[in-house]
Write a protein that binds this ligand. Structure first.
Ligand SMILES: Cc1cc2nc3c(=O)[nH]c(=O)nc-3n(C[C@H](O)[C@H](O)[C@H](O)COP(=O)(O)OP(=O)(O)OC[C@H]3O[C@@H](n4cnc5c(N)ncnc54)[C@H](O)[C@@H]3O)c2cc1C
Length: 530
């Protein structure tokens, strides 16, 4: 048994932030436990190589149950499993979501999480290449860069968006999100900048932070309603780490609810069905699962400056010597937030656009030069769930997203594909298009596009919401201080606490959550037990 003040479970986007911030106090002993290993793989460091991590030991490699509204297909859900977690696997796109998202969080029982409250945490974390301003920070640990070597055709995509009526966005991370702009990226000098780079490595020099890798946390240790530590397996050994102050779960939107349920915290009937003895009734655990569904419109192009054969030795050499060239690409290079019909309070579609063929998560190959114009549904109405498959901690959870359960969601996706066609038909992109590969010229009616969407829909790697935060909602799991309802000594601080998925990618919001969690924990640091 080891004893620490704080035990943090999961060294992902959130866990690395907390490990750093909580160990800033030299009198605090902090333990960070991670199931994955070190983050040395070139497929982590080289930006364009991130899909090479899929289905490897760097990936938890989840799939949904057959999804009822997308032809009963199982949908792939990759999750990072190394230091940095999903921030070591993700596509590095820096997007915060819109002020409205955080106002909705606050309105649903999370005081202190409105836009004015969270903006300082986005800014604190950031070292933005554009420098400090009313909306951006400089000098923070997270490097936010402009793309180092963008593809030529991506300029044409951007101009075509403008020609198709989408305004240029000055700063999609500022007060006005709508419009088209190049993505800003989590990179430093053309290399991925994960939260392990930003927060963990600098903190590992401190004597009061211990990091254990290759260790699967199996459950929480409880004494009545107080969480006293965690049990974890490392190789053949099982150990208990005692937390004199708190355990902080940062195991992500699938891992955190799994650990609560494995510890008997959840819906009693569902726990019993998985063979787990209920200890604390909290029926919201695992509910409210959300993710962003997306579809890709794919075009063959005459321009040769694409990511086709980007893994050739000359490109590897360029990246190796200068950290420049095609391999610095995040695949999606151009972002656009658009409203596809009047009367919407904010964009319903976010386009991810780039110079690559991207279908089936990059697994499907195309022998030639191509671009992708990918509409993503920003505010899905569907809600899904995560359950235990069994009481075995090594067993993957079951999940379903119910994507496209709501007709309005499908309506936006169809409109997104139609808008993709308008962009492709606009100058200066039009002259570079050889042909539409998918959905393909035969898909002309709404019914054709809907069928194509059901067949090819993917999830954009943003699962969240499964330990929902609220002081008042019935199915809340944590309160607005991120404390698990009804228990002492336990918080959750990661993407699982998001009440509603933000309108944008989820890494920056997760870092913001962890930055704020660190302040909440330090302000209310309980007296050590015993
Ligand atoms: C392929 C991909 C592309 C993405 N692209 C983008 C993007 O471009 N921009 C963006 O903003 N967002 C992106 N995201 C989403 C973003 O990275 C995530 O929302 C964010 O990383 C979630 O952070 P987290 O801390 O909640 O979870 P994670 O970062 O997943 O961290 C959870 C950690 O807990 C560990 N863990 C889990 N269970 C246990 C256990 N039982 N014991 C010990 N350790 C455990 C995991 O190994 C992991 O390290 C992408 C994600 C993926 C996977």
């Amino acid at each position: 048994m080891s004893a620490h003040d704080y035990v943090i479970v999961g060294a992902g986007s959130a866990g690395c932030v907390l490990a750093n911030r909580l160990s800033e106090d030299p009198t605090c002993r902090v333990l960070l436990i991670e199931a994955g290993g070190k983050d040395r793989s070139p497929n982590i460091k080289i930006p364009a190589a991130f899909p090479n991590q899929f289905h490897t030991k760097l990936d938890w490699d989840y799939s949904t149950d057959p999804e009822p509204f997308v032809d009963q297909r199982r949908m792939y859900v990759p999750r990072g499993k190394s230091l940095g977690g999903s921030s070591s696997m993700n596509a590095m796109l820096y997007v915060r979501g819109r002020p409205l998202d955080y106002e909705l969080w606050q309105a649903q029982g999370a005081p202190g999480w409105g836009w004015d409250d969270v903006l300082p945490y986005f800014m604190k974390s950031e070292n933005n290449a554009r420098g400090a301003s009313e909306f951006h920070g400089a000098g923070g640990p997270v490097e936010v860069a402009e793309q180092r070597s963008p593809r030529r055709i991506c300029r044409d995509i951007l101009e075509a968006c403008v020609a198709a009526g989408i305004p240029r966005a000055v700063d999609y991370n500022g007060p006005e999100q709508d419009g088209v702009a190049p993505f800003q990226v989590f990179q430093k000098n053309g290399q991925r900048w994960s939260t392990a780079d930003a927060y963990l490595r600098p903190a590992m020099r401190r004597g009061n932070l211990e990091v254990v890798t290759g260790a699967l946390v199996q459950n929480l240790e409880l004494d009545g309603d107080r969480v006293t530590g965690v049990r974890y397996a490392r190789g053949k050994r099982t150990e208990i780490a005692r937390a004199d102050r708190e355990v902080v779960l940062c195991a992500g939107a699938l891992g955190s609810p799994q650990l609560l349920m494995l510890s008997g915290i959840g819906h009693p009937d569902e726990l019993r069905a998985a063979g787990v003895q209920p200890r604390h009734e909290l029926p919201g655990v695992g509910r409210n699962l959300q993710d962003h569904p997306f579809i890709t419109a794919l075009y063959e192009v005459s321009d040769t400056d694409t990511l086709y054969q980007a893994d050739k030795p000359k490109h590897l050499l360029e990246w190796g010597l200068r950290r420049s060239g095609k391999l610095t690409s995040t695949v999606a290079e151009v972002n656009a937030f658009v409203r596809t019909r009047p009367g919407l309070p904010a964009a319903d579609i976010q386009f991810h656009m780039g110079a690559a063929y991207f279908d089936d998560h990059g697994a499907e190959e195309f022998d030639g030069h191509a671009i992708v114009l990918g509409p993503v549904l920003v505010s899905p109405k569907a809600r899904g769930q995560v359950w235990l498959n069994s009481g075995d901690p090594a067993d993957k959870v079951r999940l379903v997203t119910n994507s496209l359960s709501e007709p309005e969601d499908m309506q936006s996706m169809v409109a997104g594909l139609r808008l993709a066609r308008e962009i492709a038909a606009s100058d200066p992109l039009r002259s570079k298009i050889v042909r539409e590969i998918k959905p393909g010229p035969d898909a002309t009616e709404d019914a054709d596009l809907e069928a194509d969407i059901r067949q090819r829909l993917m999830l954009l790697y943003h699962p969240c919401g499964t330990c929902r935060m609220s002081d008042s909602e019935e199915l809340a799991v944590v309160d607005s201080q991120l404390r698990v309802h009804g228990l002492q000594g336990l918080r959750v601080a990661d993407a699982s606490i998001m009440p509603i998925v933000p309108g944008g990618n989820t890494n920056a919001p997760t870092i913001m959550i962890a930055e704020k969690a660190a302040d909440l924990i330090r302000e209310h640091a309980p007296v050590p037990a015993g």
